[in-house]
Structures are given as C-alpha cells and as structure tokens.
Design a protein around this ligand. Sequence first.
Ligand code: AKB
Length: 323
Amino acid sequence: MSSKILIIGACGQIGSELTYKLRNLFGDDNVVASDINTSNLDISNTGIFEIVDAQDFTSVKNCVEKHHVDTVYLMAAMLSATGEKFPEKAWNLNMNSLFHVLNLAKDKIIKKIFWPSSIAVFGPTTPTKYTPQYTTTEPTTVYGITKQVGERWCEYYFNKYHVDVRSIRYPGIISWKTLPGGGTTDYAVEIYHEAVKTKQYECFLKADTELPMMFMDDAIKATVDIMMAKPEDIKIRSSYNLAAISFTPQQVAASIKKHIPDFEVVYTPDFRQDIANSWPKSINDSYARQDWKWKHTFLLEDITQEMLFQLGKKYNTISKTPQ
Ligand code: AKB
C-alpha cells in the first residue's frame, strides 16, 4: 500500500511547491494538501484539499483519520519578521502545531513527520562563517526560539518514543511561483519581482548583508531526499544544517543588472537588519552531504536567469527562452 501524505500549510511558499512535487511523485490521490484557508487556488483547486487549523489538534487528527494519512509535512509557521510583531501568536502557532503532529506519531496514528527548522536557530553568539552543525544557538527572534526549542522536542520524541521525525534548517528560499510571507530573507524574492515589474527596488537590508540562500528546486529536492532516506542514514534527529550559496543584496542586484542594465536598488534598512545581522553568513552542511548525500545544483547566476525568465513570463515582459 502506498504512503498517504498530508501537507499542512500547503498554500505557502514552500508548502505549495512541495505539494506539486509530492503529487507528481506519489499521485494526486495520495497527497492531501491543507491550509487554514484557500488563499492559493492553484493548490486548493487542483487536487485533494482540506481546511485544517494547524493549532487545533482535533482539526489535524480528523483530517489524518479521514484520509488514512501516515506521513505529515508540517509547513505552517509564522516566520521571523512577522513573529517579531506577534510574538505570542508565533509561539502558539509554531509550537502547538509541532506538538500536535509529534503526539499523533507518538500515539502511532501517523508514522513519519517532516518539520522544517531554519538558520534562525542561530544567533549573534554563533560563529557566522561556515557555521557548524553543533555550535552555540542563542536565537534572538521568537521564530528562532520556536525552531530551536522545536528541534529539541523532535530529538526528544525520537529518543523517547521512536518518532520518525526528520528536519532541515532551511536558509532563505528563492522561488517564483508563490511569494514568501513575513521572513527576513524575503528581499531575495521581492528584488526579482520588482526588477521585472518596475526596474527599481527599495531593499530593507543593507547592501553588504550576506545570508545563506537556496533556490526552491534545491530546497524541495532536499526535503524529498531526507524523507526518502533510510531511517538509519538519518543520524541527526534535531535538524540538519543545509546550504547552497550565500550572497548579499548588492550581489543579487549586480547579477540582475547583467540582464536588466537600468535596474536600480536603494537600501533602506529597517528592523529586519538586526535579525539578519544575528544570522550566519554561510553554513557548513557536511553532515547532510555525508549522511543522506545532499548536493545543491543552483548557483546565483542560474537562479537569476530562471527567476527573470519565469517572472518575465508571469508579468508578460519577455518572450525569449533562458540562455
Ligand atoms: C525567514 O527569513 O524568516 C525565513 C527563514 C530563514 O527561516 N525565510
């Protein structure tokens, strides 16, 4: 019998692309997409879709039982920037939803969980360059605190109750299908949209703010790969460091200018600058590369080409194929 998958938070930036990928890999009948509302019609109108409130245990459990789900991808979360505006809401959403799925697995109602962590688990006392897997984690954002504590709980449920939970620490994710919402790394998506639409962008981070980033296709590949790996190969049950590339706003702007020479960026840092300053500039992900053979594909120039091509089609500003 094939596995039955539930994605919670399927309308969001990563959830939506994960839904397309999992439907593709396992068939539309084996993938249940869910979210708190139908904000992404491309997801809710194109396959099995349920309204699920990730904070409500009964809502999650009913959906799991109705569809005989054995694997849950918990993608619902409040991200770093929004979390600073609504600390208690961020705590409640990020922690309650995690406990609900961990407890469903503890009670053997589901078998396997994917839960995303983030580079936000790191803080100002963490070494910023090539940040190791095991190091000081003193996050300064509520989002980071929920991810750090969540990692501890994942490992605890694995050790105490043999819950098969797998996790990666996502860097900033760049994609063109669904906009991100409420993160500090969102500038790296917005900049492409504005380059294509208006040839101008006001960046909320300083020009030289270096952060770890990854193209969506690589992030989805990592997510699927860690979930398909043999249980014995998943040696870290808190969360794996994961890396692809690192760049600054100035570097993305320069790579866009190669294609759109009159693109202009002004830098007006806001409260998100402090968050970015507290995060690593680059990540050492050697455990992921060793344990489950993680390898990234997309470099900055590849990402720029693909983003400008896809957004050009979306906004009707180009008709040529990428070189
Ligand atoms: C954010 O910026 O909050 C997220 C993240 C790095 O987890 N994209």
